[in-house]
Design a protein around this ligand. Structure first.
Ligand code: BDR
Ligand code: CA
Length: 311
């Protein structure tokens, strides 16, 4: 068994990550926790339940999480340009039949990590608010979790939400800093690598040709995402596979090259609030706290992703 907990702010690429994880025989998704981020936590939860229903995976428990940043609850903005008002490219769909479990996300994480000590891989692809709340509730989980794979940050490249800050980290920088300094075994899958991985118009065309209910859903929502990329980055033909790459690292860590780094989140800078900053000085003697992905075999990942989602 390879128990996986996914923490999401569903979001189009989160939806792709959920589908990829659920459809990968190497992973056992034992639960999904939701957070504000791309959209409100209510939308993120509804979207997650919808994606699971589309996948025929309604047995996967969904636990609803935090609605706002832990320490600065008023700092909340949603990137509707990429994900639409509802998070799934404004596609309309009836309310899903499934409901979230009564346990809140942070408590659900703690329960699952305690239930499977040293076995659970936590894949976080939204703000780190739920995980920070879980660590505050039960600090021992940092030594009980097998690994934490975080989609977030921009160490050697520009940010996307701000000049230097990546969206997930910027959404709750204090939570991210708490997680990074917690001692948990973290792999950071940031923009340094995710921007090299693409979903292209040809891939969407392949989904359209397969023409199942699910591939039509994938094609419709990702068309919206590509349009966001066209407007923001003048890239008319592709979008980045941020969140799915974090799932891929759980499936096959050899897809990425990592470098252990001493990493901090800037919590004070006027221009750099939310920036992930590595101490790369040769004389730095602090113990590295994060394995940062610095290289990716993009082609091998993209092929595996598409192969898994031709369903
Ligand atoms: C991250 O931010 C969100 O918009 C995406 O879902 C992804 O998790 C990329 O910076
Ligand atoms: Ca996300």
């Amino acid at each position: 068994m390879n128990p996986i907990l996914l923490d999401v702010d569903t979001g189009i690429d989160d939806a792709l990550a959920i589908a990829y994880a659920v459809r990968s025989p190497e992973l056992d998704v034992i639960g999904i926790t939701t957070c504000f981020g791309n959209v409100s936590v209510d939308h993120a939860t509804r979207n997650t339940l919808h994606v699971l229903q589309q996948l025929g995976a309604t047995g996967v428990p969904v636990a609803m999480g935090e609605a706002a940043p832990l320490f600065h609850p008023s700092m909340k903005t949603y990137p509707t340009q990429f994900h639409g008002e509802n998070g799934l490219g404004n596609l309309t769909f009836p309310d899903p039949a499934g409901k979230p479990v009564s346990t809140r996300a942070a408590a659900f994480m703690v329960d699952q990590i305690r239930r499977y000590p040293k076995q659970v891989t936590l894949i976080c692809v939204g703000p780190l608010t739920n995980l920070a709340a879980a660590i505050l509730q039960a600090p021992e989980i940092v030594s009980l979790v097998r690994q934490v794979i975080v989609m977030g940050g921009a160490v050697g490249v520009a940010g996307n939400r701000r000049m230097h800050a990546e969206a997930n980290i910027y959404s709750d920088p204090e939570a991210a800093q708490l997680v990074f300094q917690s001692g948990a075994p973290i792999t950071l899958v940031g923009l340094d690598v995710t921007l090299q991985t693409k979903l292209r118009l040809e891939d969407i065309q392949r989904w359209r040709e397969l023409d199942t209910d699910f591939t039509r859903f994938l094609a419709d929502m990702t068309s919206y995402y590509i349009e966001g990329y066209r407007q923001a980055y003048r890239d008319p033909a592709s979008c980045a596979l941020h969140d799915p790459l974090a799932v891929a690292v759980a499936i096959d860590p050899s897809l990425v090259k990592v470098q252990p780094m001493v990493l901090q989140v800037d919590l004070e800078g006027i221009h750099s609030y939310g920036r992930t900053i590595a101490d790369l000085r040769p004389r730095c003697t602090n113990q590295p706290n994060v394995n940062v992905c610095i290289g990716v075999d993009a082609k091998r990942f993209e092929e595996h992703f598409m192969q898994t989602l031709m369903i």
